[in-house]
Structure formats: C-alpha cells, structure tokens
Design a protein around this ligand. Structure first.
Ligand code: SAM
Ligand code: TMP
Ligand code: ZN
Length: 408
C-alpha cells in the first residue's frame, strides 16, 4: 500500500499497512427505514515512519461519534464494573493520598469508575461529552461536565479547581486524534507530581491475536510502549510505568509523569525490550498482520456461507462497536446472521451499522437457541460463557474469530 498521511503526534509520515474499506460509524445504530443518511468513511490504518505511532489515516469528526445518544454504557459488563471499582481503589490508595486530592477523568461515561471515587469522598471531575451517558453518571452523584477534554477545557478546570493529582482515562485517550491539545491540557492541569494514567487496547495484543476488530472510527490510535514513550517525551512527560491488563482483549495501562519527577519502573524497560525483540513496529510484522486479517475474513465468510447453505440458524452475540469493522469488512449482513442479541436498550430494535443486522434483546437468545452463535463480544467471553452455559448444553456452538476462526 502506498497511501500516507501526516502523523497526529509528530507530523511525520504515516504509511498505510491495512485497508478495512468503507465503514459506518461503529456506534450509530439506525432504525429500520432510517438507513439512508448513514455516514461512511474509509478505515485505513498505518504507522508513522518517524515516531512509530499506529493510527488511522482518516479522522471522523468527534461530534458525529460522541453525541447525546451515544449508545455505549460502560456498566453493561459486570467484569468491567469490578475492574473499574478496583482501579478506583488502587488510585485512591496510591496516588490520591495527600490532603484534599483531586482526580479528573476523561470519558467517564456512566460513572463506572468515578462512582467509587465519589463514595470515598474524594474531589473529582469527569469529562463526558456524550450527554446521555453523562446524565447516568450525574444521577449517581458523580460530578461531570459535558465537554471534550482538550487544552482550553483543561485550563478552565485548573483555574476553577486547582491542580489535579491524577488525570485518568480508560478507552478514551486512544479515541482522540488531537493529542497535542490533550497533552498540553494535561500539562496545564496536573500538579508538579501529578500523573496521567490511561489504559487502551494494546498493539501487541492486537497483532498477536489478529484482533483487527479493535480498529474502528473511535480507536484512532493503537498504542504501544514504544509509541507512547515517544509521544510523552514530545510533550514534556515521561513514561514511568506500564501494566498489561486482561480486559477488552488485552490492554496496557500507561502512567506518565512530568519528565524527571519519577524513576521509570522496570516494567517499562521490559515492555520496550519485548516490543523491540518481537519486531512489533517492523513493517514486515505489520504486513504479516494485514495478511492474517485477510485470512480471518476469508475463513469466516466461508464458514458462515457453508452454515447458511446447510440450513443452520446462525445469530450473533453482542452488538459491539468492534463488530462493525468485522461485519462491514467481511460483508456480514442479515443473509448470514439472522440477528444480534445485546443487553443495551439503546441498541435494541435497531440495526447494526452499515450491514443492518437487526439487534434484539438478550433474552431472545435464550428463548429460542440458534444452532450457532457468532461471538462478536469475544472480549467479554468469560462473562458470557458463564451465563450462557445452557446454549452449549442444548447443542449450540460458538463461532469465534479471535485469534482465528473456530467453532467451539
Ligand atoms: N471510560 C469508559 C470505559 O472504559 O468503559 C468509557 C469508554 S467509551 C469507549 C469512550 C468515551 O469517551 C465516550 O463516552 C466518549 O463520549 C468519551 N470521549 C470522547 N472524546 C472525549 C474527550 N475529548 N474528552 C472526554 N471524553 C471523551
Ligand atoms: P464492548 O466490547 O465495547 O464492551 O461492547 C460490549 C457489547 O456487548 C455491548 O453492546 C453490551 C453487549 N453485551 C451483551 O450483550 N451481553 C453481555 O453479557 C456483555 C458483557 C455485553
Ligand atoms: Zn509520528
């Protein structure tokens, strides 16, 4: 591929290595009869030849994605509720121990993390531009502004509330192409010893598992320790800790401090060395990943067609944003998958983005088990397998496509 763009971190040259084609907004579920005005963009991903950051070549305007009716509610998963309660406690006991500490979260969503901080009586503020999910957080007593975090809004908080000890963000920083503005905002808002902690899907896991569905409009960057370190240094920060997390198919929690204020942990050096040894950023590795993605698509489409032609009933489980990439790249519509079941009321009785598979409430699955269920929400597999044991007992089979296509 010869396509290129300008790096959003360092203004170097981003060279494309994977083209996932024309794609809809991953979190826009049209109603039946309202599919005409659907927005599409081109989903192409590349790596910066200068700073190594992996990123999309085309940016979707943020107001199209993060809006009043943004349908992703973080608290829909019990595993994630537990994860964020633990995360909050961790921060409270490690970083928020001084007098009157203050924490700011980017993308607090329905308050899944900050509700624990609030219960501990700690001063906090969530930034959440999607007003529907923000309302849920506010109803829990969490303090929220319905704004995008960026340089100007961060400075306004600094003026109003004083310096922050922690800026925290989960599954949000990688959604933000305007990194310079965010990191200048973090610089303005954090106290001298403050930290910026964020966790996002890890490029190393994505390449290892061929989990190309982690690539969609909202996931503008696919971070690694190598690229985050370089990014931090451009803005006066230093990568001082990394921790691999099992959630959402494999993430890394990065901690940035002001340059020279903390000694980087051993884990930082180890992850950087592993990325170097594995050749994670080598063009050959990324080209190999792209080839593996095409294989998964071919295998998955062949299997679904074979099952359809054999008269089997196939449905999907979890109308995830990730599955928009899979469905649209592979051309999976209602001819191959009868419906997708999902627990989110805001997605139910609508159609999946782009390929228009009907979304049904979760109980529909148990009411009449299909023969096969395509596991779109594979990152929640532990939670789903635990509650859907009856499906396999009744003879049903799961179709998985991460790390490769298999029936289990
Ligand atoms: N932190 C939650 C979690 O991990 O489940 C929510 C993640 S959700 C995928 C991303 C959230 O980031 C959305 O609720 C979106 O509205 C919000 N968001 C997007 N851009 C933002 C920005 N510049 N500042 C703050 N929040 C932002
Ligand atoms: P996520 O992978 O972005 O967290 O999205 C998960 C989607 O799957 C979300 O729409 C909620 C749905 N879901 C279910 O339908 N059942 C479940 O048990 C879980 C955990 C999620
Ligand atoms: Zn760059």
């Amino acid at each position: 591929m010869t396509e290129s763009s300008v790096c959003r971190v360092c203004e170097g040259t981003v060279r494309a290595f994977l083209d996932l084609g024309r794609q809809p907004l991953s979190d826009a579920f049209p109603r039946e009869g309202e599919t005409d005005g659907e927005f599409f963009y081109r989903l192409v991903v590349g790596a910066c030849a200068d700073c190594s950051m992996v990123q999309l070549l085309e940016e979707v305007p943020r107001e199209r994605m993060f809006r009043e009716d943004y349908p992703y509610y973080s608290s829909g998963s019990s595993v994630m509720r537990e994860h964020f309660a633990e995360t909050a406690k961790d921060l409270v006991y490690t970083e928020l121990t001084g007098g009157d500490p203050f924490i700011v979260e980017l993308g607090c969503n329905d308050g899944i993390m900050l509700e624990t901080v609030r219960a501990a009586g700690i001063r906090h503020l969530g930034f959440e531009p999607s007003s529907g999910v923000a309302r849920v957080a506010r109803d829990k007593g969490v303090r929220v502004v319905t704004e995008f975090f960026e340089e100007s809004t961060a400075k306004a908080v600094r003026a109003e509330d004083g310096p922050a000890d922690v800026i925290y963000s989960a599954n949000t920083f990688c959604h933000i192409p305007y990194v310079a503005s965010v990191l200048r905002g973090a610089d303005a808002l954090l106290g001298p010893d403050g930290v910026f902690v964020f966790e996002d899907p890890y490029l190393g896991d994505i390449v290892e598992k061929t989990s190309f569905d982690q690539i969609y409009d909202e996931h503008f960057f696919l971070f690694s320790a190598t690229s985050v370190k370089a990014m931090a240094e451009r803005f006066g920060f230093e990568l001082v800790d990394v921790r691999r997390l099992p959630v959402h198919g494999g993430e890394v929690r990065y901690t940035l401090a002001r340059a020279g204020r903390r000694v980087p942990s051993r884990a930082v050096g180890e992850l950087l060395a592993a990325e170097r040894d594995d050749g994670l950023h080598e063009p050959a590795t990324l080209a190999g990943f792209a080839a593996a993605v095409a294989r998964v698509r071919d295998d998955l489409v062949a299997l679904l067609r074979e099952l359809r032609d054999g008269g089997h009933r196939v449905v999907a489980y979890g109308a995830t944003a990730k599955s928009a990439t899979v469905a649209n790249y592979c051309g999976i519509g209602p001819d191959l998958v009868a419906y997708v079941c999902d627990t989110t009321p805001a997605k139910q009785h609508r159609l999946t983005p782009g390929t228009h598979i009907p979304v049904r409430p979760a109980h529909v699955f148990q009411d009449a088990y299909p023969d096969y269920a395509l596991l779109f929400a594979w990152n929640h597999s532990q939670e789903i397998m635990a509650k859907e044991q009856g499906f396999r007992e009744a003879g049903g089979r799961w179709i998985q496509y991460v790390p490769d296509v298999r029936v289990v």
